[in-house]
Design a protein around this ligand. Sequence first.
Ligand code: PAF
Length: 288
Amino acid sequence: MSLLTVSTVSELREFVQHAKFKGLSVGFVPTMGNLHAGHMSLIKQAKKHCDLVVASIFVNPLQFNDKSDLTNYPRTLEQDQALLTENSCNLLFAPTVDEMYPNGQESQTIVSVPDVSMGLCGGSRPGHFDGVATVVTKLLNMAQADKAFFGEKDFQQLAVIRKMVADLCIPVDIVGVSTERNSDGLALSSRNGYLSTEELALAPALYKALQEVATAVQQGNDFVTTLEQTQQRLNKQGFKVDYLSLCRVSDLKPATADDDQLVVLIAAFLGSARLIDNLPFPLNRTSD
Ligand code: PAF
């Protein structure tokens, strides 16, 4: 079956309702386009779990706190359609800004998720997660799919969406999909396209640093010292680290030695690109 592209909410709803009427399950993969193998792993998971797969492409102005970032965000619809076709996606929803915000962005009701939106990217990008939570609520309500798939690379975003769906009783299963990486460890991201050849060679150091932090913490080294030393080293290598934090997986609060599921998260500038990555790991405390 070839890819069908629609741009209105009524066409999207009609497709999903028709599928459900026929007893078929629907998986939903919301994206901002400029698709790559990371997005395709979401499509593949959706195909595995559901009979039909719907993707959306919408560069959401509400979640960009930096207007030039919004203007420069890569828009590659034809290329994206080809990739979705290749990966047997059934429907693409590609709405305009007016379709998503018919009453204007200024008077849009905002969904704000407390606690888990604070700090990390929420601290560095004020309003970002309100924009994400608002658009994802709208997209989930528009699509009314059975399951929705999000990448673990955006670890805080996934936590925000899980809490929002639980708190607002949105009837959809949220499925987290593990991060897709190059063979050198670099997490796939649309923002890698902003990197020069030299920066691309340096970028995998970010994931190596996360692995080193995880090992050092598991070996019993002090959290604060480990993070400080790693951050200093990355800054010397040419990154500008925005944050490097060790949190507990459950609610992204700062990790303590009593927690057993931790995640180390990083955001760092490399040239003009702001890269994020994370590594969840267990902390096996040895009993004395
Ligand atoms: O992760 C993204 O691509 C976006 O933040 C999302 C979830 C599609 C909302 O615009």
